[in-house]
Design a protein around this ligand. Structure first.
Ligand code: NAP
Length: 260
């Protein structure tokens, strides 16, 4: 019987590519995102990941139909760029709600099913969670929160044979760049730094890796009996995160300042 995998944010970018790839690899894939969307390769259900009640019902329906759920991939995410000083309160709350609170809530709701299948939760974090980027302060904070939550949860449920891991992409060519919320620049206290930094991060993303590279790593984690806690996509980013860990934080932050 095909293993059932649920992936959030499956209508675009990394999620969409991963849904196609996992279908190709023989998984039965359910994708969830807010927009109406259909594919002949996987079943798509429209839902906002922050609607925990509706998401719980979806998990229950899938379980009743398929008899088992093997994995949840928490991939849906949003970004905000610009000086955080100018972000609206609701934008700040929203990014934490989508990128962190929904990851927490959905991880907890899926546990009873994974306990039965000895399955996996794979959370999509970001290199920005390890090396925070200016003018993406909240985004960076949400992704480091996801990694810390995943590590702690992994230990809480370790005896139950459920695995939690994070896949950490760097710049990836998706619609994320276009979909990102931009804070209003209300004056020029920051000079050209906001515009230049945002331009750089957008250019880096659009020149970034193809989403299939992330999908392949997600697949590796799904297959492994003992996947790593955090795996970074690409040798360059692996090395960067390694430097981020061993160098003095003040130095790392200064280098990042110079880059942006
Ligand atoms: N692209 C990069 O450079 C990069 C780098 C590091 C990490 N990541 C992470 O990778 C993940 C996927 O991003 P991506 O690059 O593939 O971006 P993307 O192309 O913009 O895709 C984001 C997906 O999330 C869904 N989504 C957003 N808010 C949602 C909500 N409230 N409920 C349900 N679905 C929602 C979107 O679908 P709808 O619009 O239909 O809801 C879409 O399918 C994110 O967690 C992102 O932080 C991306």
């Amino acid at each position: 019987m095909k293993k059932v995998v649920i992936i959030t944010g499956a209508s675009s970018g990394i999620g969409y590519q991963t849904a196609l790839f996992l279908n190709e690899k023989g998984y039965k894939v359910y994708g969830i995102s807010t927009r109406e969307f259909s594919s002949d390769k996987f079943t798509h259900i429209s839902c906002d990941v922050t609607d925990t009640e509706k998401m719980s019902d979806i998990f229950k329906d899938i379980y009743e139909k398929e008899g088992s759920i093997y994995a949840l991939i928490n991939n849906a995410g949003i970004g905000i760029s610009g000086a955080i000083e100018y972000a609206k309160r609701e934008e700040i709350y929203r990014i934490f709600e989508v990128n962190v609170i929904s990851v927490v809530n959905l991880s907890l709701k899926i546990l009873p099913y994974l306990r039965e299948s000895k399955g996996k939760i794979i959370n999509i974090s970001s290199v920005a969670g390890e090396i925070p980027i200016p003018f993406q302060a909240c985004y960076s904070a949400t992704k480091s929160a996801v990694e810390n939550f995943s590590m702690a949860l992994n230990n809480e449920i370790r005896p139950q044979k459920i695995k939690v891991c994070c896949v950490r992409p760097g710049d990836t060519k998706t619609n994320f760049t276009k979909n990102r919320i931009k804070t209003d620049v209300v004056n020029d206290i920051y000079g050209k730094r906001i515009v230049n930094s945002v331009k750089k991060m957008e250019k880096d993303e659009q020149k970034g890796t193809e989403p299939i590279k992330v999908s392949k790593l997600i697949y590796k984690c799904l297959k492994k009996k003992n996947p790593p806690l955090v795996c970074t996509v690409g040798t360059g980013y692996k090395f960067l995160c390694f430097l981020g860990k061993i160098l003095h934080k003040k130095l790392v932050n200064y280098i990042v300042y110079k880059l942006y």
